[in-house]
Design a protein around this ligand. Structure first.
Ligand code: GYE
Length: 311
């Protein structure tokens, strides 16, 4: 399980520790990969991982975290579905002396309520996607439609912001329509169908910016169903770098993606190990990379490398 997970510690400092993991659900291919990688990382380190799937509901996450606290786990990982509403439960974990590590999304809560956060720079992801589009369309007029992630989640807020920053001041690029597709393939397709109907059967749309690859894959299907060519008639740019978007690139139907590693648990467990066994307080924000991929970057090879790695 090589390159993607470089940095897997061989240390067994967390051997026998009990860690609760409150996962959001399984809305996307990326999410499924993060879940498998977290389980794999725990297994390799001898951690007893208590996994709880919240099925997209914050109340389920809060319940799960309270359950972990009651069980007296050694640490808690949480991928917070939305940004707000965490203060009380994080305070409860703190009062119980249980370190909490945030994975892949952020919270609007005091930083002293969690040990560290392992996530990408989501504003940057949006900016990288937007800069790619700016450079690709040049002086041409370009009407963009945007598929947003889950309402109130930090990746939806930040990826929107970064993209808008990148196209700011470019009068030829405008976001004509923007709606949530909840990070899912089916919602991405459904919302894109609506955009196509509203925009002259899709003929007025120059590009779709999706906050994740799954929504982009759904949008690609909607574009094809409308008799247009994704990747040519309508440019497709998104975020995550899951195998299916590389397959779409191979088929000429997707144009750019920004990579998000599914290995958030590796750095999280390293930080936890250093904290519990070495008394080292980690950086508050551990930031993963945001690399751009286009069809020029060997999409078949990227597909082959990723397929099977938890996706
Ligand atoms: O990009 C998307 C997902 O929270 C950053 O959540 C993550 C996002 C990821 O389901 O596919």
């Amino acid at each position: 399980t090589v390159a993607l997970f470089a940095g897997v510690a061989q240390a067994d400092g967390l051997q026998g520790k009990v860690v609760g993991f409150s996962q959001i659900g399984s809305e996307s291919g990326w999410r499924a990969a993060e879940t498998s990688v977290t389980k794999l990382q725990a297994e390799e380190r001898g951690i007893d991982l208590k996994f709880a799937d919240a099925q997209q509901k914050q109340e389920n996450q809060i319940k799960a975290i309270r359950g972990f606290i009651a069980q007296g786990v050694d640490a808690i990982l949480v991928a917070p579905v939305v940004a707000t509403g965490w203060d009380a439960v994080l305070q409860e974990a703190k009062d119980a002396n249980i370190p909490v590590i945030l994975l892949d999304r952020g919270v609007d809560a005091s930083e002293d309520l969690y040990l560290t956060s392992v996530a990408s720079d989501q504003v940057k992801e949006g900016r990288v996607a937007g800069e790619w589009l700016v450079n690709t369309v040049g002086d041409k007029d370009c009407k963009i439609v945007e598929l947003q992630g889950t309402v109130g989640s930090t990746p939806a807020i930040n990826r929107k912001q970064g993209f808008e920053e990148a196209i700011a001041g470019k009068a030829n690029l405008t976001i004509a329509r923007s709606q949530t597709g909840d990070f899912t393939r089916s919602k991405g397709k459904e919302v894109m169908e609506g955009f196509i109907k509203a925009e002259n059967g899709g003929k007025d749309i120059c590009a779709v910016y999706a906050h994740n690859d799954d929504m982009a894959v759904g949008a690609i299907q909607a574009i094809k169903d409308a008799g247009l060519k994704p990747g040519t008639d309508i440019l497709v740019v998104s975020i995550d770098a899951v195998p299916d978007i590389f397959a779409a690139m191979v088929a000429g139907e997707a144009n750019a993606t920004v990579e998000l590693t599914p290995n958030m648990a590796g750095p999280a467990f390293d930080a936890l190990d250093a904290y519990l066994n070495g008394g080292t307080v980690p950086e508050k924000f551990i930031i993963t990379e945001s690399k751009l991929y286009t069809p020029a970057d060997n999409p078949q090879g990227e597909y082959d490398t990723r397929k099977g790695l938890g996706y």
